[in-house]
Every structure is written in C-alpha cells, then in structure tokens.
Design a protein around this ligand. Structure first.
Ligand SMILES: Cc1cc2nc3c(=O)[nH]c(=O)nc-3n(C[C@H](O)[C@H](O)[C@H](O)COP(=O)(O)OP(=O)(O)OC[C@H]3O[C@@H](n4cnc5c(N)ncnc54)[C@H](O)[C@@H]3O)c2cc1C
Ligand code: FES
Length: 1247
C-alpha cells in the first residue's frame, strides 16, 4: 500500500495534525515542496512516534524548499518532538505556546511568534492509516512464491528463495539485481542503459539476515542503509568499545550519507557493488577488512572488499553469475584505530567531494605502526588506496615526523590530474593531507586516553582540528508591531494571516500547471537543443524521429505562422544557434517518453563559429548589449589626489540558478472556434505570454486566454522566458490542432532559461586614515549571455544601487552587459543589487583592513544619515537606516559576541569564528512609471460572496493573501466571504509583470480602489438599513439595479531616470535593513556552520507580518545560497555541467542558522504605499551577504594568526574550496600546483 499526501488528510475528510500545524505556522509559500515535507514528517512519526528534534531535522535532510528558508517548517514540527515539553499528551505544548503569537500591550505593542494559537492534538490516531490487513495477508501468502511482472520492455522477477535467484543468475548472468534502484536508475536514465530482465532479491531471507560470528557481524546484502544504521547502533551498545571501532565509524558516515529517503531504499549490497567513487561506506568497509560472501549455482566464495575489488580488477570482482549474499564486517581490535572523513559541498544530502577511511594498528602497548590502510573516494573514477604509502610507514612511530613523511608519500601516490572531472583539483589534493592530519590527531588523542602515562597531551590549540561541528536544530524569533488597539478583530490587515492556499499546499490539493487533468487528444512536447555554443545550422534531419512510435510531429521555426519571437530572442533557433541549450525544434508525441526518445533521433549538422564565453573574452572583443551606463557625483579624480590612501581591487560574483521547485510549465489547449487558445502557464508575466503567443500564431491577442492559478516559485525567472516556451508549445498545438503539454524537466530547466548574472566588479577607493571614504570609482561587467533579455536593465540597476548604504561624496559607477554565448541571463530576485551590494561591502572591508579599523566602524562612519541624496540625486531620508543599525547592534549583542568570537579564535587554531554586521538600502520598483500600474476586478454575487481578481500573480509570496486582507478591510467583510481564484488575461488585461517587490503595493491599491467604489455604491443602502446584514444590502443593491462589479486601477509612483544627465528619481522608495551573522569555519576542510543571524528590517506597517517575515527569511536563505554555495560550472566549450540537485546545491535544512531572528522595525511609515507598508519580496536576499562577510572575518582571523596578508579579496560564492584555500597552511604548501595554461581545465571562470 502506498500512502500519499492525499491519504494523510484532506479538506474533504480531516486534516492530519502535521498538515494543520504546517499551514498554521506559515511553513509553505509556493507550496510546491509542501506535500514532500508532510510525507517526510508523516513517515518519521509512523516509525518513531516520539522523535527527537535531531530525528525531525534528519527526516527533512532530503527535502528541498526554495521559498521558506525552512525555519517555519522546523518550528511547526517542533511540538511533535519527544523533547518538546512535559505538557506532552495533554494536547498542548510549551514550545507551541512559544511559537504562538504573544503581544505586549505596553510601549510599542510588540508581538512575537507567528503561529495562530490553536488546540492541536499532536497525536491523532484517527488520522493514521492502518496498513490494509488484506494486503498483509496477500503478502504473507506470496512470501514463498516467485513474483513476475511483465512490462512492455522489461520483465521484473522477485524470486522467493536464494536457490531460485542463483538459477536465474546462472541463466541470465547479465540481469542485474536491483534493490533500492538508487544507483541503477542513474545508469538507466542518464546513460540509457537498458535491461530486459531485472531481478529483485530483497524478499530472500538469506539476503536480509543478520548474525554474529566470532570475527564480527554478518549482514545480509539486501539490508537497507537505514536498517544497517539500526543494526550497528544495537551492536555498538552491546559490544565492548574496542570491538566496535569500524561500526562506529560506519555510523558516523551514515549520518550524512544522502537523506533519509535514500537511506531507506539503498541497500548495503547495492552500495558495495555500484562502487561510486564518492560512496562513503566503501572506504570504511575496506579499511575494516570486510569480506563479501558470494554465492552462485557453482557454490560459495569469499572475497575481500579491498582496493582490487574497488577498482574492479577482474580476478577480484564478482562474476556475472554470482551474487553477494552477505557481508562480514569484522570486529576491531584493542590497538586498532579507525576513522572516516568526508567533505561535501553541503553538509547533508550531498555526495562527498572527497572522503576517506583510515585505519592504523599498533604493536601492542606501543605507537609503532604494525599495519595501516587508507582509502580515498572522490579522487578519480573509483575509491583508491594509498597502499604503497601505508606499507612504507609500517614500523614507524606515530609522531610528527611520520605525519610529515606520510603526507608527502600520499601526495606522491594519490595523483589527481589538473584536468580532472569535477575540478577543485588543488582543494581535493589538499583534503588528502588535511584528513590525514585530522586522523593523526584523533589517534594521538585516543592513545593518550588508552595509555595516559605513556603519551603526552595533545597541545590545546590542536584540539580544534578534531571533531565535526556540533549543530543544533534551528530556532527562530519573529518580532513585529501589533495592530492599532482600536482595529476591529475581524479586520485582517496587519495580522499574520495564514497563506490563502496554506491548507491546500499541505494536503496536496493545490494544483499547478502540470496537475491539470489530461484532456482529449493531448500531446506532450520535448525539445531538441543545441549542443554547440555558437554555430550555423546547416541541416535538421527529423526523418528518424518521426518514425518513433507515438510521435506525431516535429516543429521548427518554419512552422511559425507569425513572428518567431523577437529579433534578439527566437522561439525556435532559425539559422544559427547562440548557446548550448538553444531550442532548435520540438517533438510532440502521445507521451513525454516517446517525445524525449525521438529528440535523440533528430540529426543536426552545424558549422561551428567562434564562441565568446567569459567576461574577459567579451571585453576583448568589445561584445556588449547596449551602451555603458554611468552615474557620477562630485569630482572623483580631484578627491583621489587628496585621499590619504588609495586601494584598487576586483571581485568576481558567480551567477545563480533560480531552481524554483516547479520547473517551467505550459499547457496550451486550442479551442474549436476563431483560433482561440487557452494557455495555462507558470509565469510572472501573463501579458507577455499572451502577446508572444499571439504574435507567433499571427492572431489578435484577444484570442489568447492566459491563466495562472499559482506558480511553484519564480524569483524573477518566470518573467521573460515563459512567453517563449508558451509560444513554442502554441506553435505545436497550432500545427497539430491538438492540446500540447510542455513541462521542462529539471535538467532542461537548469540550462535552457539562464539565471542570475555573474558579475565582475572593479573598484578604486580613496580614503582617509580615519576610515572616511572620499572617492569611489567603480566599474562593473555582467555576463549577460546570448540575448539582451533584461540585461541592460540589470546593469543599470547594478550601477544605480552600487552605493548600497554609503554616502560617498565623490562617486563614479559605470557598467556594461557583456554579450556571450552562454544561456541568456535574466531577472533574479534583487535584480543586480545582490551582486553590486556585495562589491560595495567588499571595498568597505578592504578599507577597514587597510586602516586596521573595525569593519563596523568603517561601515557606520560612511553610512547615509538623515536627509540624504543618492549619486543620481534622488532625495531620501536615511533615519530608518540608522535606527535599523542601532537596533541590530543591540539585538544581536554585536559587541559582546564580537569579543567572544575573538576570544574563541585565540583558543582555537583550526576552527575560527567570524561575525559581520551589514547595512542595506534596497530600492523597490522600476524607473519606468507605467510599470507601476495595476488593475483589479471585484464581483459581489447575490449570496454576498465576493470574487476578487487582480493582475498580480501568486508565486508563493502571498500576494493573494494580502489582496484578500485588503478587500476584507475595505469592504468591512470577514475573509470567509472572499474568494480569489486565478490570474487571467480575461479578467484583468494588460497587467504588468509581478516583480520588483511592488506586486502587492500596486495591485493592493487597485483592489482597494475597486472595493472602495463598491462600498461607496452600497453606502446609501447601508445608511437606509444600518442594522442589516451584508446579504440584505447586496439583495437591496441588486433590486435597485446597482452594479455589484467594479474594476479598480492604480497609476501612481511616478519615477524617472535621465541617463544623459545621470540623474532622476528612479525608485518609488527604499527599504532599509541591517543584518548581523556569526559563523564558525573549519580551516582544515573549508566547511562552515551558520551560528546565528539577526535581521532588523524597516518593513513599516506590515500588511501581513507572517508573509513579510517569510519573505525576509526565504530571501535571506536564498542569498546565503548565492553567496556561499551555489556554483554554476561550464566546460571550456560553454556547456553547463550543473544540471540537477546532485551537482547544484541550494541551501537545505542543515544550512539554516541555529538562531534566525527577525525584527520588523516599529513605528515607521511609508506614505507612498498602501496602508503605509513596504514591499519585502527581494530585500532579504542581500542580508545573506552577512554570512559571506562573517566567513571573511573568520578567514581574516586565520590569516592574521598565520602572518598572511590581511588585504585579501574573496570571490563569491564563498564555497568550501575557497574558504579552505584562503586558509593557507603547511598542508596547502605541500600540494603540487599546476601552471595555468599548461593544461585544459575541466571548467572555466565565466565572470
Ligand atoms: C540522491 C542520492 C544521494 C546519494 N548520496 C550518497 C551519499 O551521500 N553518500 C554515499 O555514499 N552514497 C550516496 N548515494 C549512493 C547510494 O549509496 C547508492 O546508490 C546505494 O547505496 C546503492 O544501493 P541500491 O540498493 O539502491 O543499489 P541498486 O541501484 O539497486 O543496485 C546497484 C548495483 O548493485 C548490484 N547489486 C545490488 N545488490 C546486489 C547483490 N546482493 N549482489 C550482487 N549485485 C548486487 C545491482 O545489480 C546494481 O548493479 C546517493 C544516491 C542517490 C540517488
Ligand atoms: S514553499 Fe517550499 S519550494 Fe516553495
């Protein structure tokens, strides 16, 4: 039986407490990840009814959310924990109370917590499905029977006995055994490997048995890794410590191996046989001298799991007719020391970059090496052994001389080519010896424990090299101002109302584009994309593709009856391809699989042209979009002459992929008449979709009806690209006369549409010795990719926002968008500011380092204060910035924590803490006035119910929730009367893009306008019957022929920018914020832990504090990803390598700071916007830069202690590799360096 989220609970039956709680605590935004979160928690509770908080966070390790920042999800599940409180079982929970809203009636009337106080019984047995007894009975009956399933291409056999399996293996030696299918599936999907017969051995008792022998434990090969963990926990608790060293090491690796979902599926036998280079258990099993018990019809055999097996040497491997029945993992001995290490791009649910298993056996009661083995994964295609080095060390004492020799031997033996797949070559080489050093210390420590009088204590400052970070589950604080005490309780404005779709997100009832039911005649589309970065298309041969069963047609540029996109960006490539990923044609078939298969048969001949890939190349070839954009104030050159000091430098900021959980999706359905077409699409800009489709089909826009109910995350990425995807599908639908569904698969969605612009920022800064900056000359280049998209606008924003929060009297900023043959980069939350702001903070940090002044002092001294003007002469009041700064200093206890972190750093040589506080001036909106218009349509029906429509689109940011709050306030009507269905070009035409943080501002004004019109119409009726009910008034209005439908419109926010004069008022208003983050770094591996972040944000009057805080938290975590982990990699030929969650890491639960505290500044107002609010959609992203600068602070402490230059620049993202290599030491010095230009690197730097 399979239980899905629909089975856990639904609005039609009853909600499960997990669902209720998650919605109530604002744990969903776009909702696309939410069913997954519910199911992970549900599975955990079914297996562990009273889990610990550690188990709860571990259960979510394998789930990703791109919107919320995870904190509310963890918080909502906290009461399910056994550690929660003594009120357990009473239906209440003290922690729940803490998470619930509590408000002070004194002073500023501040509230904390966001969950609606509600009686939730955390355990509700009525909601738990009983495994169907009927199925249990059938399973029992079938236990001894072989099961055979025949598919159209593959037969699947599950034998009931070992002998049967062996016979099958003898007859079909090429048939693989599949248990978890977590490794096989990759071969089948990625490499197209096909197996006509698959054997499933998991029901065979021998393959599941666990037994103890004299030498160790024997574990059945089909045991899952989650079972293995439970088995090892039991053995470790029962056996003497000295016998379980290998088991404890395996347990350590199992903690971070994949996520719970994979661990529950993957088998030990599958892990061993698939032997991925970075698999974490194999190095430990190998050093532990594990034995594989094989069987075939010919008999039994035992082979060691050693280096020869791991490198698949023929005489040391399984033969095709053999299976692993079990694995003997021997007990360790008293003088054995075993350990394992791994470092991944993300701490949880990420394959290791390098891992290792190490073991040393000493002669009894000595530190003389009797035997030693070291295995490394992640270096080359298989797990490798440092066998020769280890042999040479036998007989040596365990001392520093041995360590030094061991490092040199290993660096000589374990070789990694400078062109190695995966890159990070110097880093990976460094980890070889860094791990060894850690092992050396661990063993010394153990020796001391075992023989206290023989071995010396470990020097205190070495202790910090040992051990992993201890991480506690994240906790949060949310503080905001209460509504006016006079506000009626039913008026929802200003209150933390639940997301309009919150409940439906948690039950899986919220539908997205691809959830639409199939319609008659529907076809699926898959696209053929260019494999060349720049080439002429010589020919397209589709003849073989058309022969694939199920294929209906292949669509190319020639099939477009109207316009093929724009001059700059085509729907289908015409004669030339301009990047790897350029869509050339679309195959439509009865199923997606058929269409996909056929795309592989389309033959394209190219004539290669020279590509431009990097910013450096683009500058060299003068390859740009648009002109240089510049703003200047004061006299920069003169100021440089009077400056005490001048510094120059540059920073490279990497791009970012949107990685919205719902990939680009469109479903077009032609209507039978008048060339009408319905387009269901995940977009932020329905009007652009409508226009592009209409132009492509050469029909008036009035024939194209676009509909978007909700989008599973967008972050700017669903602005300019969906129109092209929709047009591609519409052309196919037009040609075939059938509905076409075009859902980009994750891989396609990661390299076809582009992402955030990578940036090169150059600076020259003149400053006085007291830290005052008197001149800044900045130059920016973005890698725009192959089409203009919004890149010129982005570089303009980079330039306009490059002062961040600093008042520099003489300031010049220039920027250019580079045209290259990479995916066309587009809008992304923050729109250039996250890159430009990071540059500003980099030159501020450089000034602070040069003047040896505290960084916070240099920031504070140069910040805008009071009445101010930007370099482009827009006046603004910076007093809220100062207030945020002061409040953040105080709330974060910055100074005392700074002192504490300095103290920590003195005591710990190999781990360092860092702290940074950063101010922000974020501009919302656009400098084009007409982009601030919005419209709404509100209908009141005769039963009194109200339907609200507006031009904004629900992307997860809560716009619909806010619109309903506004309508409720204006109509003076409870929320229960109001409904909001979808955004459509039919109800609200010509809506502008939902972006720039102002969606709720402008659409809110339009909804307000419509509701005020209606309320005004009703006023005479209400006056006549003031005691009447809403329903009575509506009936009366209808009888008096008063229209109960109104459109609302908003057209203010006058903005402008005159680039010739370099001045204007480009932004309606600014959002101010200040954040402080603290981190700890591991100097040996480059890993870091996010300890605490405090954010103070000037949100003014928040229409919905839960939504706004959700945006701040989610933005912050997305920024943290941008600045510390998300890295896009391209080949020297311009092909993107990072194509899925395995290669591109976005933050997961493990990356959330242990303390995440958000404070909305009280008593501020923004008269520009509705109800004096401010748009919070994007500002949070930049707050993630505080983590970047906290890491920089920690790295600076390392470098200072080691006598390295303190004037250094770190590029973004500040990955494990960059952190480790910035903490240069004896180990990095040992590593051979490859001279650039003497080899072809695996990946290129594009920024
Ligand atoms: C998302 C994801 C994340 C991952 N993260 C990690 C990680 O962090 N660390 C890590 O170490 N690994 C990781 N892995 C890899 C994982 O450990 C392996 O895929 C898994 O252990 C394979 O087990 P399986 O049962 O699924 O093998 P299957 O895919 O079912 O089989 C794999 C191979 O083993 C053979 N086989 C299976 N059982 C036997 C047997 N008894 N006798 C002979 N041959 C047999 C099969 O024929 C097949 O060739 C990850 C995998 C995924 C998909
Ligand atoms: S709410 Fe988690 S991905 Fe959108």
């Amino acid at each position: 039986a399979v239980t899905t989220v629909e089975g856990v609970g639904s609005t039609k039956t009853k909600l499960h407490p997990i669902q209720k709680r998650l919605a109530n605590c604002h744990g969903s935004q776009c909702g696309f990840c939410t069913p997954g979160m519910v199911m992970s928690m549900y599975s955990l509770l079914r297996n562990h009814p009273e889990p610990t908080m550690e188990q709860i966070t571990a259960a979510l390790d394998g789930n990703l959310c791109r919107c919320t920042g995870y904190r509310p999800i963890i918080d909502s599940y906290r009461p399910f924990s056994a550690e929660c409180c003594p009120m357990k079982g009473t239906g209440g929970c003290c922690l729940d109370k803490e998470g619930s809203i509590s408000c002070s009636h004194e002073g500023d009337r501040m509230c904390s917590g966001l969950c609606k106080p509600e009686e939730i019984h955390y355990k509700d047995p009525t909601q738990d499905y009983i495994f169907p007894p009927e199925l249990m009975r059938v399973a029992k009956q079938m236990q001894k029977k072989t099961l055979v399933f025949h598919g159209p291409r593959t037969t699947w056999i599950s034998p009931a006995s070992l002998w049967e399996l062996l016979e099958l293996k003898a007859n079909y030696p090429n048939a693989p055994l599949v248990v978890g299918n977590t490794s096989m599936v990759l071969e089948m999907k990625m490499e197209g490997v096909y197996h006509p017969l698959i054997l499933y051995p998991a029901r065979i008792p021998e393959l599941n048995a666990v037994c103890y022998t004299e030498n160790g434990i024997v574990i059945g090969a089909a045991c899952h890794l989650a079972q293995l963990r439970e088995i090892l926990i039991t053995v470790v608790s029962e056996q003497p410590e000295e016998k379980t060293k290998v088991y404890r090491t395996l347990l350590k690796q199992l903690k971070t191996l994949a996520g719970e979902q994979i661990r529950s599926l993957a088998s030990l036998g599958g892990h061993i046989v698939s032997r991925g280079s970075t698999w974490d258990l194999n190095p430990v099993l190998a050093v532990g001298k594990s034995i594989l018990n094989l069987e075939s019809t010919g008999g039994t055999l035992q082979i060691p799991l050693n280096d020869q097996f791991l490198t698949r040497m023929q005489n040391a491997d399984l033969r095709p007719n053999e299976v692993i029945v079990s694995i003997l993992i021997p007990f360790s001995q008293k003088d054995d020391f075993v350990s394992a290490f791994r470092q991944a791009d993300r701490r949880k649910n990420a394959l290791s970059v390098v891992n290792s298993g190490m073991r040393v056996l000493f002669k009894p009661n000595t530190d003389i090496i009797a035997d030693m083995s070291i295995f490394y994964g992640g270096i080359g295609p298989t797990t490798v052994s440092a066998r020769k080095s280890c042999q040479k060390l036998i007989g040596r004492h365990w001392n520093e001389q041995m360590l030094d020799d061991a490092c040199r031997l290993i660096v000589g033996e374990i070789v990694l080519s400078p062109s190695a797949v995966g890159g990070k070559v110097e880093y990976r080489r460094t980890l070889l010896v860094s791990f060894l050093f850690r092992f050396y210390l661990e063993v010394l420590q153990e020796l001391k424990k075992m023989y206290p009088s023989t071995f010396p204590d470990l020097p205190q400052n070495y202790m910090s090299a040992i051990g992993e970070f201890q991480v506690t589950p994240p906790q949060g604080v949310q503080v905001y101002q209460d509504v006016d005490p006079g506000q009626p309780p039913q008026d929802p404005v200003g209150r933390p109302i639940m997301h309009q779709s919150g409940i439906k997100h948690t039950t899986g009832e919220a539908t997205y584009c691809d959830d639409m039911n199939p319609v008659d005649g529907e076809l699926s589309m898959a696209v053929v994309t260019s494999t060349r970065a720049h080439a002429k298309i010589i020919s397209i041969d589709v003849s073989e593709a058309l022969k694939v069963p199920g294929v209906v047609d292949v669509v190319t540029a020639r099939d477009i009856p109207g316009e093929n996109g724009t001059e700059d960006e085509r729907v289908y490539a015409d004669h030339e391809v301009i990047y790897v990923g350029h869509i050339i044609c679309g195959v439509v078939a009865e199923t997606y699989e058929q269409a996909k298969k056929a795309t592989e048969k389309v033959k394209i001949r190219y004539e290669d042209l020279e590509p431009i890939l990097t910013i450096k190349d683009a500058i060299k070839h003068n390859s740009y979009f648009g002109e240089e954009k510049k703003v200047e104030k004061g006299n920069v050159e003169e100021a440089f002459k009077t400056a005490n000091q001048i510094i120059e430098g540059e920073i490279h900021v990497g791009g970012q992929l949107h990685f919205y959980l719902e990939t680009d999706s469109v479903f077009v359905i032609p209507r039978k008449e008048d060339q009408e077409m319905d387009v269901y699409v995940g977009t932020q800009y329905a009007t652009a979709v409508q226009n592009t489709v209409a132009l492509a089909l050469n029909v008036p826009s009035s024939r194209i009806m676009c509909h978007t109910r909700r989008v599973g995350g967008a972050f700017g990425g669903k602005t300019t690209k969906p129109p092209f995807f929709a047009a591609a599908a519409a052309v196919a639908a037009n040609k075939t006369g059938r509905p076409v569904r075009f859902i980009l698969h994750r891989q396609d969605d990661m390299f076809i549409p582009g992402g955030r612009h990578p940036l090169l920022g150059k600076y020259k800064i003149g400053f006085m010795n007291d830290g005052r900056i008197i001149a800044a000359d900045l130059e920016f280049y973005t890698n725009a990719g192959c089409t203009p998209d919004e890149s010129v606008l982005v570089i303009e924003y980079v330039v306009l926002k490059s002062d961040n929060a600093y008042d520099i009297p003489n300031f010049r900023s220039r920027g250019r968008a580079c045209k290259t043959n990479l995916p066309s980069n587009t809008a992304f939350r923050g729109f250039g500011f996250p890159q430009s702001g990071l540059t500003a903070e980099t030159w501020i940090a450089a000034v602070a380092s040069k003047t040896h002044l505290p960084h916070d002092k240099v920031r504070e001294m140069n910040m805008y204060k009071g009445a101010s003007a930007t370099p482009y002469k827009q006046d603004f009041d910076a007093s809220s910035l100062t207030r945020c700064w002061k409040e953040c200093l105080e709330k974060s206890e910055y100074y005392s924590r700074k002192t504490a972190s300095e103290e920590f750093n003195k005591q710990n040589y190999w781990k360092k803490k860092g702290i940074a506080i950063i101010p922000m001036k974020f501009s919302v909106g656009f400098y084009v006035t007409y982009y601030h218009q919005a419209a709404a349509l509100v209908h009141i029906y005769l039963d009194g119910s109200v339907l609200v429509a507006h031009g904004g689109i629900e992307l997860g940011q809560g716009i619909n929730t806010k619109m309903l709050q506004i309508a409720s306030h204006e109509l003076k009507l409870p929320l229960s009367y109001l409904h909001l269905s979808e955004t459509s070009t039919v109800t609200v035409p010509n809506a502008v893009v939902t972006a720039g943080s102002i969606g709720a501002d402008v659409n809110g004004k339009a909804v307000q306008n419509a509701c005020q019109i209606l309320r005004k119409r009703l006023e005479p009726i209400i006056k006549e019957n003031p005691q009447g009910k809403w329903e009575d008034w509506i009936q009366a209005a209808h009888q008096q022929s008063i229209s109960l439908s109104a459109t609302g419109f908003f057209k203010v926010y006058v903005t402008n920018m005159d680039w010739m004069k370099e001045e204007g008022n480009p932004f309606p208003y600014y959002v101010f914020g200040v954040a402080c983050s603290e981190v700890e770094i591991d100097c040996l591996t480059g890993d870091h832990k996010n300890i605490r972040t405090d954010i103070v944000m000037d949100a003014c009057f928040s229409i919905n504090p839960a939504v706004d805080i959700g945006q701040i938290e989610g933005g912050f975590i997305q920024g943290l990803g941008l600045y510390t982990m998300e890295e896009i990699k391209f080949s020297p030929e311009g092909e993107q390598y990072t194509l899925g969650p395995d290669t591109y890491k976005i933050p997961a639960v493990c990356d959330v700071p242990e303390q995440l505290r958000i404070y909305l500044l009280p008593n501020t107002r923004n008269p520009m916007a509705i109800y004096s609010s401010k748009g919070m959609g994007e500002a949070g992203v930049f707050m993630g830069s505080t983590v970047f600068f906290a890491i920089r602070d920690a790295v600076a402490a390392v470098r200072k202690e080691r006598g390295l230059s303190e004037n250094f620049t770190l590029d973004s993202p500040l990955t494990i590799e960059r952190i480790r290599m910035a903490c240069a030491d004896d180990f990095t010095a040992m590593i051979p360096k490859d001279k650039p230009g003497t080899y072809k690197p695996w990946a290129i730097d594009i920024e």
